[in-house]
Design a binder for this molecule. Structure first.
Ligand code: CTP
Ligand code: MG
Length: 391
């Protein structure tokens, strides 16, 4: 079963009224669209993720969403959500997907559990997640007498909705040629005569429509990711032969190299340990034993990426990373911004959350004698108080 997730994000976000399309507005420091896409990239049941974006947003999109092996090149959407979904379906038409999940780029809180349910339900042909409505509902159109709609008869529909790929593509083509407009894909499928199953949604899986919804979402994150933890990391490598050092993933020319089993990047090693420390999940040597030949000469971004993955696997986020490099030379200043960008790209964070500083030790000690470099790091992470993830 090959499953594609299409995430539609080609809208303009008029009702949110930010002046910047809402999917690129940060939510707890990370653009909304990144929140919406990542759970699909991280889900083992999803083969690939296809973003559908607005033609004006190409550079916004590439800045907002980190590369991922499952992420396909973005498709350009249409004037309506329905048109955007059809364009996405057509873009991946001959790629052999059996099931397609369609998700709103404006829903940041989709969980692995909803994705599981969607994939399961999609096998039936067409399925939508829905939640009970708890407010009373009235019909305000027409009649003079207030009429109440029986709450038991209705549900609120969410995404991701799931379909057999070919069935949804046919249904969308039919709706487009008939000029029928629908606000979701379940309605498109129903119009084509498909039987649409309803599976359990999640009240937390809200769509952000207004600026107020962003405030609610921020509060939700503050409330659910309230387990704030700090970790520290420290690393030393000795100088040896060489003409450069790797520092924070950046190749910095120097008259000496650093000796180590991997690429000896003291910066990335200290940062990795800081995150692992905040998680209380051991240290870099535990996860990547120096005795294991596969890590010989390894690029250290692998270590940092694994620590970041562990934070995400716990349903958490990294709030900030801070690093001090201790050494007489090379100078860090000229490379600082490139290092912040590089660490940010590995950690999926904006450079504004990455601090990189350097100090000498006033010619004292082994660092002062230019025998090696050291680095110390601090990481702040935020985890859910209730751990819902399986480890
Ligand atoms: N969408 C899309 N293409 C469109 C319109 C909407 O891909 N032409 C996407 C939006 O980007 C969003 C999802 O469909 O992720 C749900 O739409 P909605 O919440 O209405 O977003 P917008 O259309 O951007 O907002 P608004 O209606 O307030 O302008
Ligand atoms: Mg809209």
């Amino acid at each position: 079963m090959k499953v594609l997730a299409i995430v539609v994000a080609a809208g303009r976000g008029n009702r949110a009224g930010f002046g910047l399309a809402k999917q690129y507005v940060p939510l707890s420091g990370r653009p909304l669209i990144a929140w919406a896409i990542e759970p699909f990239c991280e889900h083992a049941g999803i083969e690939a993720v296809l973003p559908v974006i607005h033609a004006d947003d190409r550079s916004l999109f590439s800045a907002a969403v980190p590369d991922h092996p499952k992420l396909l090149p973005a498709t350009i959407g249409g004037d309506t959500r329905q048109a955007s979904v059809l364009l996405g379906l057509e873009a991946a038409e001959r790629s052999g997907f059996d099931i397609v999940l369609v998700h709103d780029g404006a829903r940041p809180f989709v969980t692995p559990q909803i994705i599981d349910r969607a994939i399961d339900a999609g096998r039936s042909g067409a399925a939508v997640p829905a939640i009970p409505v708890t407010d009373s509902l009235i019909n305000t159109r027409g009649s003079e007498r207030l009429s109440t709609i029986a709450r038991e008869d209705v549900k609120a529909v969410q995404t991701p909705q799931a379909f057999l790929y070919d069935a949804l593509l046919r249904a969308h083509r039919l709706a487009a040629s008939a000029g029928v407009s629908c606000t979701d894909d379940g309605a498109v499928a129903a119009h084509a005569g498909l039987r649409v199953e309803v599976f359990e949604g999640d009240a937390g899986n809200m769509k952000l429509t207004t600026a107020n919804d962003f405030e609610t979402a921020e509060m939700r994150i503050a409330g659910t990711l309230g387990d704030v933890r700090i970790g520290n990391g420290f690393d030393v490598h000795a100088f040896g032969e060489g003409d450069h050092v790797m520092l924070c993933g950046v190749r910095v020319p120097h008259e000496r190299g650093l000796i180590g089993h991997s690429d000896a990047d003291v910066g990335l090693h200290a940062l990795t340990d800081a995150i692992l420390g905040a998680l209380a999940e051991g240290d870099i040597g535990h996860h990547f034993p120096p005795s294991d030949p596969q890590w010989r000469g390894a690029a250290s971004h692998i270590f940092l990426a694994e620590a970041v993955r562990r934070v995400k696997a716990r349903g958490g986020i990294i709030a900030n990373l801070d690093l001090t490099i201790l050494g007489e030379a090379p100078k860090v200043g000229p490379w600082r911004d490139q290092m912040r960008e590089t660490v940010g790209a590995i950690a999926g964070l904006g450079a504004d959350r990455i601090g990189i500083k350097a100090t000498t030790t006033e010619a004292l000690g082994f660092i002062g004698r230019r025998e090696g470099l050291a680095a110390q790091a601090t990481a702040t992470i935020r985890l859910p108080f209730v751990d819902r993830t399986e480890r």
